[in-house]
Design a binder for this molecule. Sequence first.
Ligand SMILES: Nc1nc2c(ncn2[C@@H]2O[C@H](COP(=O)(O)OP(=O)(O)OP(=O)(O)O)[C@@H](O)[C@H]2O)c(=O)[nH]1
Ligand SMILES: [Mg+2]
Length: 322
Amino acid sequence: MTFELELSTISGIKILGLGGAGVNILKSFQELSLNGLELIALDSSALSLEKISLPYKVQLTRGEGRKKGSLSLLREELSPYLENAEIALIVSGLGGETSALYLPSLTRILKDLGILTIAVLLFPFHFEGKMRRNRAESIKESLEESADAILVFPNEHFYQLYPDLPLVEFFSRVNSTICDVVNSLLEPMLYPSLINLEVSTLRRILEGAGEVMIGWAEESGEKRALRAIEKSFNSMSWKKEESRKIKRLLISIAGGDDLTIQEVSKICESLTYRVYPEADIAVGAVTRENFRGIIRLTFCGIKSLGSKLSPKPLIEERKRLW
Ligand SMILES: Nc1nc2c(ncn2[C@@H]2O[C@H](COP(=O)(O)OP(=O)(O)OP(=O)(O)O)[C@@H](O)[C@H]2O)c(=O)[nH]1
Ligand SMILES: [Mg+2]
């Protein structure tokens, strides 16, 4: 007898795209055909929801109808989608109204259900003005009480990298980079791996992490492992000495069938050497088709050893909460 399990039904990993940017990034997830991730789109704009084809879409209310978007109703509306969720990522661009209205409630709902909640946030460009930036900053701060881990991708950072790209290409590049980074962190749980990551390990590393330091790089050719380490540390241009403060570290490595154990070991040793000496370290390594010649390194560094959040209910207790 053979069992055919669909990855999407067993992974328990949900990606929620909230607001215009969030929904756009879900589209990039679809284009990359990443397996095992269940996508849910939420927006107040019907137009934005129309542009994506998904079984799960939630139209949020705004303005006068805002009361309908209260916490308990939203929770009721979302509960069928979240029943088997262990990990949820909420992807949203900060600065707009929809994310400001709904992001804090959404993360609170997820936390109260005991789901490991990762907020993937885009920050507005400088040219969008100070008011939008301030709003983005205060929403991010408000999430620190409910989201486990916060990954920040400032649009301005990508603008400095690709100032000359046409707009459409720019967003497509940025959005697919974000998908790649998120996917790299999750794939050692999704695919048969050389070194696999358990959901419980991800929980240990990311629970109550606050804002996370992220790094990523993809390299090929001679000394690709060494170059990937350097490049990943420079990818978000945070200061070198900051790495010493990392007390929990998640390392994810992907390569082709030519990835060597020596390369994996070199990367892990080098990263371990740069962080807090007693840091809690988790490693995942996968081989992927079409990755021959390539090494991809992604990591998340967390500055606290213990969780910054109040305890969540255990997943086992969840049934009682519905
Ligand atoms: N990288 C990236 N950033 C985007 C994209 N769309 C919007 N943004 C950024 O995300 C911020 C928030 O924009 P939206 O997501 O459209 O805002 P919203 O939450 O839908 O809010 P309202 O439309 O005001 O209700 C913007 O200020 C942009 O900086 C996108 O496709 N990719
Ligand atoms: Mg919008």
